[in-house]
Each structure stands twice: as structure tokens, then as C-alpha cells.
Design a protein around this ligand. Structure first.
Ligand code: HSE
Length: 308
């Protein structure tokens, strides 16, 4: 097996109340990557999209992940990779995680599954470090495993997969730039105990709601009193989108990852499409360009498309 083609899905990190500890995979959009095994310790990158990402492996998210795998293998192997991104970098929909996780899973496939899921997460976090300055797994873990992931700890790695309910996801990506590093920089370093109590009540409520498939509890728990009040200032139209989406029947939602995308959960496709219209109306009125997605929760994570 010398070549593999995979699709690597977008993800929504944080799931509103779970900053850095919760994430969910989406069915769409997804990146496509093709990886080929080489017999020399090097990484060759071909970008098959128009995002202009670096092809120097040390500066490319997938590249640093593959380099870290080569280093660990300590054998004469390398990788040639073609990357066709559909998840826009800087969207808040886990674009860097899709490249990093896709590279780790595809490499592991070519190396005949020598690595565990935790190993792949560790390799892929090197890509997140390059992209955002810090290792975090709330996009990587659901990207690899599908559904929802709870990151109980990174050091040591302790990640719990949570089954996902059959809900619809509507997301809007207003075309403004919010760098993850900046969106982390502006956060307060200390929080009030009363806010912490509310937040951990919501996290526990959300996880319980997901496990019990209790949509009402999921909706009630999608509340963030710590991060959203600070970050939402960076996203024009955020409060209006959120309020109108709730009025139209969203269970709830908020900022996707560090933004600027905003996502909403709903129980049926008709409502999900109504929410898309609400989002379009708000951004048409404000005059900000946008992309929208109506999709579902992806239960599989990175998938092999074919191999030869
Ligand atoms: N948990 C991270 C953050 C996700 O919110 O900064 C960034 O993709």
C-alpha cells in the first residue's frame, strides 16, 4: 500500500461552553488529501487549491505533522502529499486541524496502522502548534474520531469520544479575518467563581444532553459566559444572528472555535435551512461577504476514500 486518498472533515471546537475541551466533526465541508510513501526521509507538498499555503514542510501544517512522524519512525521513509483544501483557512471551522489530522491518519494508514488514535492526535497537535501557537486537541480529536470529543486532559492525553445525536448544523462564515492567536490573546486570564460555576454546569449539562440524546438539555447548555462575551465583539452581526436563530427554532449555538464562523444546531433540515436564511439576511444587511453550510454531525471522522 503506497498511496492513500482521504477526506478530512471540518470541526466545531469548544461547542460554545467547552473552551479547548469539546469539539464536534461536521459532514461538510471537508478537505481531500492524497499521500504517497517515499523511501527517503523527506516531505514533498503539492497544494491543489488556491489558498496559497506554504509548500515548505516546516511551515505547512500537514508538513510538520509528517516530519514529526518521520522523526519518530527513524527509518528511510518520507511522504509526498497533495492537499485539496475546501475548508477555508482562518474560518474557525478547523481548517488547520483537517490538514494535521488528515496527514496523521493517512500516514498511519500507509504505515499499516502502527500508531494508536492517541499517537495520531499527538502528531497532529504539532500542526495546531504551528497554526495557532498552542497545542490543542478540540478540533484534532473529533476530526480523527468523528462525533464529539471531550478533551479531559492534554498532558497526559485523556480523550473521551461521545456519541453524537442526529442533529443538523447550520454555519455561516463571515469573510473577515480573526486569527486564532489574536482571539486567544484577548481572553481574560482570570475569571469569576460565579462564572466558572455557570460554565461547568453548562459543560456537564451539554455532555449529559449528548449522552442522553436530550435535545432540550443540549440547547439549554449551549451558553458561554466566559469566552463568548469577549470574542463575539470581533464578529459583526453575532448577537443578531444568535437571537434571530433562536427565534426561528435553533436549539442553540455560538462561535465556532475561535471564530469568525458561527454555528447553530437544530432538529430538522427545514429548520436548518431557515437558520441559513436568517444568517444570509443578517450578513446581506450588514454588507459582509459570507459562506453558509447546512450539514450534519459527522460520525466517522477522517475517512479513506480509496487506495491503490
Ligand atoms: N479551542 C480553540 C480556541 C480552538 O477557541 O482558541 C481554535 O481553533
Amino acid at each position: 500500500m503506497h498511496q492513500v486518498k482521504i477526506k478530512s472533515p471540518a470541526t466545531v471546537a469548544n461547542l460554545v461552553c467547552g473552551f479547548d475541551i469539546l469539539g464536534m466533526a461536521l459532514t461538510e465541508p471537508f478537505d481531500i488529501m492524497q499521500l504517497r510513501l517515499l523511501d527517503e526521509p523527506k516531505v514533498i507538498i503539492h497544494n491543489k487549491d488556491s489558498f496559497g499555503l506554504p509548500t515548505d514542510p516546516e511551515k505547512n501544517v500537514a508538513g510538520v505533522v509528517l516530519l514529526s512522524i518521520i522523526e519518530q519512525m527513524n527509518q528511510k521513509i518520507g511522504f509526498e502529499v497533495e492537499i485539496e483544501k475546501h475548508i477555508k483557512p482562518g474560518s474557525g471551522l478547523g481548517s488547520s486541524a483537517a490538514s494535521a489530522a488528515g496527514a496523521a491518519v493517512a500516514a498511519n494508514f500507509l504505515l499499516q496502522h502502527i500508531f494508536s488514535t492517541d499517537d495520531m492526535i499527538r502528531f497532529a497537535m504539532n500542526g495546531e502548534k504551528l497554526a495557532s501557537g498552542v497545542k490543542h486537541a478540540d478540533n484534532i480529536a473529533p476530526c480523527i474520531s468523528g462525533a464529539v470529543s471531550l478533551i479531559r486532559s492534554i498532558y497526559p492525553l485523556d480523550i473521551i469520544s461521545i456519541p453524537a445525536p442526529d442533529l443538523f448544523v447550520t454555519a455561516v462564515h463571515p469573510q473577515i479575518e480573526v486569527k486564532t492567536s489574536d482571539a486567544r490573546q484577548i481572553l481574560k486570564k482570570q475569571i469569576l467563581l460565579k462564572d466558572a460555576i455557570k460554565q461547568w454546569g453548562n459543560i456537564a449539562g451539554l455532555v449529559t444532553g449528548l449522552l442522553k440524546n436530550d435535545h432540550n438539555l443540549i440547547g439549554r447548555s449551549l451558553e458561554d459566559v466566559i469566552i463568548e462575551p469577549v470574542r463575539s465583539i470581533l464578529i459583526p452581526g453575532f448577537d443578531e444572528v444568535k437571537r434571530k436563530c433562536r427565534e426561528v427554532g435553533a436549539l442553540g449555538g455560538g462561535i465556532s472555535g475561535s471564530g469568525p464562523s458561527v454555528f447553530m444546531l437544530s432538529e430538522d433540515e427545514v429548520t436548518a435551512r431557515d437558520l441559513e436564511q436568517v444568517m444570509k439576511d443578517v450578513y446581506d444587511k450588514i454588507g459582509v461577504e459570507y459562506n453558509t453550510y447546512v450539514t450534519t454531525i459527522n460520525k466517522n471522522g477522517v475517512e479513506v476514500m480509496n487506495d491503490e
